[in-house]
Write a protein that binds this ligand. Structure first.
Ligand code: ADP
Ligand code: MG
Length: 777
């Protein structure tokens, strides 16, 4: 069965060399009960550990079933320990956090025996050692003798060919010792039992053969085996522990120290909590911003003006100007970037037709602004006098349309008439404060700001004499009538050919082409988050502009101005551009000076810009129509800012994750130290290095996932008080919202980091010398 040939094992400590085994040669039979007798320190345990494959010899050979072990690999020894040998120790080495049954099945678990067989065999083994009635007890509920019986059952469960017992009765009283010896003697009937003892009486009484041992050498052998070695017959199966077994082992271990585990998880969840809260906040803020943006910015039009700057070129020009100093001293003329990037949009009939084809599901409204001026008069205190829609400063300066209108001196805001015949621009974006919505081109409205204020400037230009903060009489305002006078009635031609505004306003008011406009409503923006799309003051439909143009297009002053290169009012000289602009003001313009396309929603805006981009594809630069998407620019800026803030905060929070990782490493290390014995037992049962690593990896997996889940739950719970707090501070509801996807990722990250942190101590554990591990107390 076993043959030891010239085995040597020396221990070097400092300068002294201990010869634990000093050239030991001995053979053992397949079935016998061998007692090894010797004083303490004579090398008995070393011998047993080497026979059991827990420790390795320095030289010589150990022949098992005819197989030399000189070239054994680690996994060969693992398989040998698991399949061929069973160990019994003086201090039982029962794993205290597993119950009796699990202790006994552990070896079989390692060799991959199925659950049912495992249980059956364990019960048989426990019955055999007389513990049938104690199967479900915990180790701490058993006496020493009973524990040693469990150890014998564990050693026998895998039906090993060799049973190694290291002073099995050393810690037991005489009575119990005898019972255990009886048991071992019975077991030895069908296998080789090698028992180490320093008790000669027990050896004499029970063993078949006594080998005396002293200073690492055999001094006597009562029944030496001189037979020739049998042929090789060694077939151990490889062992393998599943991750499930490792998890179970770790889980039962963790259960025995619930308090400590909870505190560990709590401490290491702090990083996850802080990241969770930061993400929940930024997530919520982003959602709020998105919602506000879709609500507010979606209404902002895409605008096309006659003169615009090409953003792409502007960027290029700017990047040029950031270059280094010029080499040499040559001096050049230079156009500033803004001017260089200036682009003339040549709006034409073809482009207008192209715009008409924008789906009304993408843009319900398109406003065309013309530079046409209105000749306005109003009766103030019974006398007509000229008035104007103009405002010098608007409440909201974001609006390019109104800036444009103000600069041409026309004044007032132009709102688009509905394209699809269903939704009206005003109905969608404005609420009535007084009066009603307009129904025809001649019905105009006053736009108030969010505090119901109407621009005093606009009112003064309309001929009213209010002062600041004055409360206005809405019904009275709604009775206001304003007259638009045709060019031919407004201007009179002098004998020298020049034109001059008439002063007979009373007569103008009665003229047949004069149209009466009525203020029918006072409106306010419907959107809490926006100042509205129209500037405060008068707003009218683009239909009205078209009517006025119709009337004035062929007026005498227009015809005269067309024919002359001098200003027909002042006689001053005009450049071509100035002439064009003046003609436009007089109502001779065919093309709009600006176009506003109002997208139906934020997403629809992309359809529109895509459609507009398509027009420019393949066109020469001069023929391109460049549009301006103010809302698009704002979105990009706020989105980027939010991300940047989130990254910084998550970065800070991540530092605590690293702290947790280090803490887990320390805790795993402590656990490794605490469980040294268990590591030894697992190795004695045939566990591979990998399996030991796995046990601790499993433990850190549980810890990591646990602290991740705990952190997520706490972070989620924290969002409630945070939201209450933010609601009180900012009036925003439900800002902190934990995204489930983030939650899952955080648990995964926590698990992975914890396992990483614990992996080095776990590797250390796997490298522990089994023989040394079992020697520790
Ligand atoms: P026994 O079991 O007969 O008491 P051991 O086999 O435990 O004897 O020890 C034999 C000798 O080897 C002792 O002198 C012991 O101190 C020494 N020894 C055992 N293990 C080690 C070790 N890891 N390092 C150094 N010396 C050791
Ligand atoms: Mg010993």
């Amino acid at each position: 069965m076993l043959s030891l040939q010239h085995l040597k094992k020396y221990y070097q400590t400092g300068d002294t060399v201990t010869k634990a085994l000093d050239d030991v040669s001995v053979n053992f039979r397949d079935r016998e009960f061998v007692a090894i007798l010797g004083t303490s320190g004579s090398g008995k345990t070393t011998l047993l550990n080497i026979i059991g494959g827990l420790d390795h010899y320095d030289s010589g050979d150990l022949i098992i079933n005819g197989k030399a072990t000189k070239n054994f690999q680690e996994q060969d020894w693992d398989a040998y320990r698991n399949n061929t040998v069973g160990f019994i120790f003086q201090d039982y080495n029962i794993i205290s956090h597993l119950n009796i049954l699990d202790n006994v099945t552990l070896g079989m678990t390692l060799s991959g025996v199925d659950a049912a067989t495992k249980k059956k065999r364990a019960q048989e083994a426990l019955t055999q050692v007389g513990l049938k009635d104690h199967i479900h007890k915990k180790p701490n509920q058993l006496s020493g003798g009973q524990l040693q019986r469990v150890a014998i059952a564990r050693a026998l469960a895998n039906d090993p060919q060799i049973l190694l017992a290291d002073e099995p009765t050393g810690a037991l009283d005489t009575q119990t010792s005898q019972e255990i010896m009886e048991l071992i003697k019975k077991v030895a009937q069908d296998r080789l039992v090698i028992m180490v003892t320093h008790n000669p009486q027990l050896a004499e009484q029970y063993a078949d053969r006594i080998i005396k041992f002293s200073d690492g050498q055999i001094t006597a052998d009562s029944n030496p085996d001189e037979e020739a070695l049998p042929p090789e017959n060694f077939h151990p199966r490889r062992t393998k522990m599943g991750f499930g077994t490792a998890l179970k082992l770790s889980f039962t271990n963790i259960k025995t120290k619930k308090g400590r585990t909870f505190l560990t998880m709590l401490a290491s969840s702090i990083g996850i909590i802080s990241i969770g809260v930061v993400l929940a906040l930024s997530n919520g803020f982003q959602k709020q911003i998105d919602a506000t943006q879709t609500e507010t910015l979606a209404q902002f039009p895409i605008s096309i003006s006659k003169v615009t700057s090409d953003p792409q070129q502007l960027q290029e020009e700017n990047s040029h100007s950031k270059q280094n100093f010029a080499k040499g001293h040559q001096i050049k003329a230079h156009v500033v970037p803004v001017n260089a990037a200036q682009h003339q949009n040549h709006l034409n009939a073809k482009y207008l037709r192209y715009l008409k084809k924008i789906k009304s599901s993408d843009a319900a409204n398109i406003a065309y602004t013309y530079a046409t001026g209105f000749n306005l008069i109003r009766s103030v205190n019974g006398k007509y006098r000229p008035v104007s829609f103009a405002v010098s400063n608007s409440d909201n300066i974001n609006n390019s349309q109104n800036l444009m209108a103000a600069s041409t001196g026309v004044g007032g805001s132009v709102y688009p008439v509905k394209r699809d015949g269903h939704s009206s621009f005003l109905r969608k974006n404005y609420r009535v404060l007084a009066g009603r919505y307009p129904r025809k081109a001649s019905e105009i409205v006053l736009i108030a700001n969010k505090q119901n204020g109407i621009n005093l400037d606009a009112l003064k230009n309309l001929g009213f004499q209010f002062h600041n903060k004055e409360v206005l009489d809405a019904p009275k305002l709604l009775q206001t009538a304003i007259k638009v006078v045709a060019n031919d009635d407004y201007y009179t031609q002098l004998p020298n050919g020049n034109f001059m505004p008439q002063r007979n306003y009373q007569q103008m008011a009665q003229a047949p082409h004069t149209q009466t406009l009525k203020i029918v409503g006072i409106l306010r923006t419907a959107n809490k988050n926006s100042d509205g799309l129209l500037a405060g003051g008068i707003a009218y439909s683009d239909q009205l502009t078209k009517q006025v143009m119709q009337t004035n297009r062929h007026s005498a002053i227009v015809r005269a101005q067309r024919a002359s290169n001098d200003n027909v009012l002042t006689n001053g000289q005009l450049t071509a551009t100035q002439k064009e602009m003046f003609l436009a003001t007089l109502g001779a313009e065919k093309m709009p000076s600006a176009i506003q396309i109002y997208p139906k929603s934020f997403n629809k805006k992309d359809h529109i810009t895509h459609y507009l981009d398509q027009y420019n594809r393949g066109k020469k630069k001069a023929d391109k129509i460049i549009y301006n998407d103010l809302a698009g620019n704002i979105t990009n800026i706020t989105g980027g800012l939010m991300n940047a803030i989130t990254y910084v905060l998550v970065g800070f929070a991540a530092i605590s994750l690293v702290t947790s990782m280090i803490m887990i490493a320390i805790i795993t290390y402590t656990s490794v130290i605490e469980r040294t014995k268990e590591i030894g037992v697992l190795k004695a049962l045939g566990a591979r290095k990998k399996d030991i690593t796995r046990v601790f990896d499993a433990e850190t997996t549980i810890l990591g996932a646990g602290s991740g889940i705990l952190g997520i739950v706490i972070a989620w719970l924290l969002t409630f008080p945070i939201n209450v707090l933010l609601k009180g501070m900012t009036d925003l509801t439900n800002v902190a919202q934990l995204n489930p996807v983030h939650a899952i990722w955080l648990v995964i990250i926590s698990t992975v980091l914890t396992v990483l942190g614990g992996h080095i101590p776990a590797r250390m554990a796997s490298k522990k010398d089994a023989a040394k591990a079992l020697r520790t107390d």
